[in-house]
Design a protein around this ligand. Structure first.
Ligand SMILES: Cc1ncc(COP(=O)(O)O)c(C=O)c1O
Length: 434
């Protein structure tokens, strides 16, 4: 078995298997004390060059293309010293809301705040239940808990990994106040039956669109279906700031007003506080970055879709499952998620080739220690639990090149070929793999 150190150093690990590596590293550790500053810098650079060849997300690639525009925008904000609730936020809120086919956009400090404030604005609180999924990032559920409500989980569709609306009825109780679908990985949840169910039962719908900026359902952008659409603008999302940021979108003027008030200490007029709010404003520096990036979003999403198509065409017959795209929606591939039986072994093999991967997400939320008090146990959401054992996300960002995709595909194929050979050897049959 490989040591944990070998896994951590990834591409260097093959050296570890050779005895000379031990000698080499032993020499290095004694040498480091006598190396000049220049030599130490060079050694560090060499090590970095050997680190991941293709990361899961490459933020440098995007930044280098936009650097002059971003620096100019940041400088303009600093020169003006108007650092919050100024022209940058107003412009971003207006443009992003219009992009989502909504009338109002309210910039907030994170996707988590967007969700919690949206729930609060809909008067959801202690004693209330919100139906959602466990195949998501913790923030979806955290927001429900933050307002004092209880999450009630339904399972996901085994192909899209998204909320299975057929299960909503059985999750309904007299305390249910809202449904919170998540457009996970960049694919729109099936909004028509979700909206019909919510309307039939007088429920609010809060969309978690944190991974789906620009995705559509029946031609309409996500974030425009429910009472409020909530987006994270965390730096690695399809549209990301340079730190923490988020936005709520809505077509309901009263809700927009309430969200705007809650995010700014419950205030509409300075030092007059109508409700207990929070400090969750989007700041001008982040908004300035977002204003530079916003015009590129569609083109970036198109690039992601092209990369996904290339991956899918080449991996369809190699792995257990590639992402599906339902005819009613578009996918903007915040993550490109495949399924394989021996997920951890594949991840390690790709790591050895210098390819970054991740799991979104390894433990379903209903089984997290933080959710113990809700009483969910293993086996209660079988699809979610099964999916979490096999999913793995491959590198995905707009600037990926055809060569990089080819490199990732070849590494996955190489691993699969090896696995098939091992399996066919184990069963005493000759592999029929080409
Ligand atoms: C599905 C989902 N919901 C909510 C969030 C929370 O967003 P933030 O990190 O901006 O608070 C994220 C962020 O990763 C997310 O992926």
């Amino acid at each position: 078995m490989r040591s944990r150190f070998a896994v951590r150093i990834g591409p260097l690990a093959h050296l570890l298997e050779r005895k000379e590596w031990y000698v080499c590293s032993a020499l290095q550790s004694t040498k480091h004390t006598t190396l000049s500053h220049y030599e130490r810098q060079k050694a560090r650079k060499d090590e970095e060059a050997l680190s991941l060849k293709i990361p899961l997300v490459d933020l440098q690639a995007q930044y280098s293309g936009l650097k002059p525009a971003i620096l100019a925008a940041l400088e303009a904000v600093l020169d003006s010293m108007q650092l919050f609730l100024g022209p940058q936020i107003r412009a971003f809120e207006h443009n992003f809301a219009a992009y989502c086919q909504c009338q109002y956009g309210i910039g907030v400090s994170s996707g988590t705040d967007a969700l919690a404030i949206a729930l609060r604005a809909c008067d959801i609180g202690p004693g209330d239940e919100v139906i959602t999924v466990a195949n998501t990032f913790i923030a979806t559920v955290e927001a429900i808990a933050l307002v004092g409500a209880k999450p009630v989980f339904v399972d996901v569709d085994p192909e899209t990994y998204l909320l299975d609306w057929r299960q909503l009825e059985q999750a309904l109780s007299s305390r249910t106040r809202a449904v919170l679908p998540v457009h996970l990985y960049g694919h729109a949840a099936e909004m028509l039956p979700i909206m019909n169910f919510a309307r039939a039962h007088g429920l609010h719908v809060i969309e978690d669109a944190s991974q789906a900026h620009g995705a559509t359902y029946q031609g309409r952008r996500v974030g425009s279906f429910g009472d409020v659409g909530c987006f994270s603008l965390y730096y690695s999302k399809n549209l990301g700031a340079f730190g923490e940021a988020g936005i709520c979108t809505t077509n309901d003027e009263a809700l927009a007003e309430k969200i705007r008030m809650i995010r700014d200490h419950g205030s509409r007029i300075r030092y007059r506080h109508e409700v207990m709010g929070v400090n969750a404003r989007l700041d001008e520096m982040q908004a300035a970055v977002l204003n530079v990036k916003m015009p590129h979003l569609d083109q970036w999403n198109t690039a992601r879709q092209a990369h996904a198509q290339a991956y899918t065409e080449q991996l369809r017959d190699v792995v257990e499952a590639v992402p599906v795209v339902r005819p009613w929606g578009t996918h903007v591939y915040c993550y490109y998620v495949i399924q394989v039986t021996e997920r951890d072994a594949l991840r390690e093999a790709l790591q050895q080739e210098g390819i970054g991967t991740n799991i979104h997400y390894p433990t379903p939320i209903h089984l997290q220690p933080a959710c113990a008090s809700y009483g969910y146990t293993d086996g209660m959401l079988p699809v979610t639990e099964s999916v979490s054992q096999h999913i793995v996300s491959l590198p995905m960002y707009p600037e990926l090149t055809a060569e990089q995709i080819h490199y990732v595909v070849s590494a996955v194929k190489k691993y699969s070929l090896l696995q098939r050979r091992v399996r066919s050897y184990d069963t005493g049959r000759e592999a029929q793999w080409v």
